[in-house]
Write a protein that binds this ligand. Sequence first.
Ligand SMILES: Nc1nc2c(ncn2[C@@H]2O[C@H](COP(=O)(O)OP(=O)(O)OP(=O)(O)O)[C@@H](O)[C@H]2O)c(=O)[nH]1
Ligand SMILES: [Mg+2]
Length: 390
Amino acid sequence: MALDPRWAEEFQRRFDEERHKIGRFNILVCGKTGSGKSTLINAIFGADVAPTGNGVPVTLGTEYFAHPRLPVGVFDTQGFETGEAGDRILDRLDAEITSRRAGPVSEQVHAVWYLVRSGDRRFEDSQAGFVRRLAEMGVPVLTVLSQVPVRDGHIHPDAVELAAAIESRGLPTRPTPAPILTNARVDPWVTPELHGLHQLLDATAEVIPASVRAALEAAQRIDLQRKRRRARLAIRTATTAAAGTCAVPLPIADAAALFPIQMGMLAAISAAYGVPTPSSRLVQAFGSIMVATGASTVGRYLAGTIVKFVPGAGAVTGYVIKASVASSVTLAMGYAWMAVNERLVGMTEEEASAFLSSDAVKTAFVDAFKSAWAERKRLGKEIEDQAPGD
Ligand SMILES: Nc1nc2c(ncn2[C@@H]2O[C@H](COP(=O)(O)OP(=O)(O)OP(=O)(O)O)[C@@H](O)[C@H]2O)c(=O)[nH]1
Ligand SMILES: [Mg+2]
């Protein structure tokens, strides 16, 4: 049994719409060869964001990778050195940034990460000059000290010294002249702990335009809280709309009025999580969940909103849906879909594919629906208290 194709189309349409609203966050990464640009990008956005050798050449030594399903684009410069060649690269980058500024926000360059490898132990005048010129281009520049060894909470003294040397130059970097110390790859001998990635994400979110913050939050893979916050906003909007629709108790037969609201919410949640799964697979999984849960498992609460649209699942008559029930069902659906999306975010493409085509996705949804339903009072308060933000 499949979901009514009208609803599949509606989900697809709403998902595309939500992704369009989120737009795209574009980051330019600069630094010497081997400073760790590609490694850092992949640590924050996921393993396949900066693959080698299949980007679109932008300028000599710079490639643009626009992820096909995540709202992120990376200008990955291939380890240029500063100096003579650096000047020419800067001229080209300047031209690129300037011409993009005339276009849509989702194609502009929103921030620069300038990497200095901590093992290099020095920061040259030419590097400082490079950073200054980048900053003059009107894009926020963040300096990153990469591959910083930290053991038992202690930063390697050489890295501390280098960070202080960079800070003392008083460069126009954001949010402060001090570099952000990171390690993006676990190496048991040199850099046994990942660190600084959240700090870099927070600093970046702080300095970029508010209009691309949702894209950064959806695209990054390291901070689920940011995704949850956006998802809860979508749930709040939908529960309010659902309650409004049932302000006068709605006959079950008219429950169709609720479904588009819930559908839009689910699409917004998937967009906020930045689920890298092809949307056709999501629609499919959603369909099978609706069919399964509408029929029996979650029972009447969900059936009230869904059963009507699932061919062959039977009819529920003689009930009305009150505002409180409509908003609670919507709330529980939202949290259940969050649980599914949260699983997907951490999966490889193969894992996601197996998960979505098995009963595991239904089980994940139904279990989360049941616990959300049981906790609807607390969760209702949680979304009420959710600050709207940007
Ligand atoms: N331990 C550790 N190794 C790192 C880190 N970042 C990069 N590396 C290693 O350093 C080497 C270079 O990293 P890349 O990410 O390819 O550096 P890049 O700046 O992209 O280099 P180019 O593309 O040549 O300009 C690789 O062997 C990485 O595994 C880090 O944070 N910690
Ligand atoms: Mg690279």
